[in-house]
Design a protein around this ligand. Structure first.
Ligand code: SAM
Ligand code: DTB
Ligand code: SF4
Length: 333
């Protein structure tokens, strides 16, 4: 058999129930998807993508750090951890009106979802009152709301739902085996508990991870397997490329081969066919061509606006031009 024929037959055996929503993905199956020849992987990802989505459309969110820095957690990648000396000034929780001014600007910039991030291990109940007021204000603007505040109890998730929160972001970050190399102050199980509380409260789940942290191919397969075997797939799956920040534990980590990043997007798309796959942190360092390849691999959401939480993101003008050059459009709510 020629190599091309072999690749096609290997691909077709992985392709038998393409697009079906499955929660029983095995590590072996996911590993095999990662190992496909690139053209086969991209073909499968595009096929799955088009079964549910218009390939021209990209959902657009804007992030705002509502409480920056001074976080007690030791996440090795994060500029906001108090375990790192990144020179980032810690600030208190923002006032509701200031947050809503930013939300209005995000809406004017074309975002349909406003995501509020806080550098907390978990929110205090009095802080949650303020965040609930922010969520109500964002909803009143006619935008979708999203928050990422650390670990939540079942009760806190219910309160956020009561305020109208649409999405909660809480990432698994990496494979269960690699996790302990990156974070020691909370466990994988803690994260799964928070995700269960969010799900039980009826809030949409946004959950993904980071690649380029020095993990191996097996860890990328482990991360996608963990996400794709959750009881329900997250509605949104952010795939972040590590933004290396001076002073963090992961600064100077060997850079990931860009094709391995695109592969991670494609495998997320194939294994979670109805989820929005977010091309998340790291776009500032990607070429336009690489971002286009991520869209072809099935990514269909991004953050717009010149800043993520604390690090740079492409400007709105740059993204508008990229969409125009590719004939792509912002997805309506
Ligand atoms: N403190 C909350 C938490 O960790 O759940 C919410 C904010 S935290 C900054 C949200 C997510 O941002 C993290 O889970 C991580 O996946 C991502 N993140 C943080 N720093 C990053 C970096 N330098 N590069 C890429 N992603 C990063
Ligand atoms: C996610 O997965 N990525 C976003 C969002 N969820 C909150 C955050 C990326 C943060 C990148 C580092 C920073 O700007 O501080
Ligand atoms: Fe804190 Fe979140 Fe950063 Fe971890 S990722 S240090 S929990 S802000």
């Amino acid at each position: 058999m020629s190599t091309a024929t072999e690749a096609r037959s290997q691909s077709s055996s992985l392709f038998h129930d393409v697009g079906a929503v499955r929660h029983d993905w095995t590590r072996e199956e996911v590993r095999a998807l990662f190992a496909l020849p690139f053209p086969e992987l991209m073909f499968q990802a595009q096929t799955v993508h088009r079964m549910t989505f218009d390939p021209r459309e990209v959902q657009v969110s804007t992030l705002l750090s509502i409480k920056t820095g001074g976080c007690p957690e030791d996440c090795g990648y994060c500029p906001q951890s108090s375990h790192h000396n990144t020179g980032l000034a810690a600030s208190k929780l923002m006032e509701v009106e200031k947050v809503l001014t930013e939300a209005r600007a995000a809406k004017a910039g074309g975002a349909t979802r406003f995501c509020m991030g806080a550098a907390w291990r978990s929110p205090k109940d009095r802080d949650l009152d303020v965040v609930c007021a922010m969520v109500e204000g964002v909803k009143a603007l006619g935008m979708e709301s999203c928050a990422t505040l650390g670990m939540l109890t079942a009760d806190q998730a219910q309160r956020l739902k009561g305020a109208g929160l649409d999405y909660y972001n809480h990432n698994l970050d990496t494979s269960p085996e690699f996790y302990g190399e990156i974070i020691t102050t909370r466990t994988y199980a803690d994260r799964l508990d928070t995700l269960a509380h969010v799900r039980e409260a009826g809030i949409n789940v946004c959950c993904g991870g980071i690649v380029g942290m020095g993990e191996g191919a097996e860890d990328r397969a482990g991360m996608i397997t963990a996400l794709a075997t959750l009881p329900e797939h997250p509605e949104s799956v952010p795939i972040n490329l590590l933004v290396q920040v001076e002073g963090t534990a992961l600064k100077n980590t060997k850079k990931l081969d860009p094709f391995d990043f695109v592969r991670t997007i494609a495998v997320a798309r194939i294994t979670m066919p109805r989820s929005m796959v977010r091309l998340s942190a790291g776009r500032e360092e990607m070429s336009d061509e690489m971002q286009a390849m991520c869209f072809l691999a099935g990514a269909n959401s991004i953050f717009v606006g010149g800043k993520l939480l604390t690090t740079p993101n492409p400007s709105e003008d740059h993204d508008r031009m990229l969409f125009d050059r590719l004939g792509m459009v912002a997805m309506p709510v």
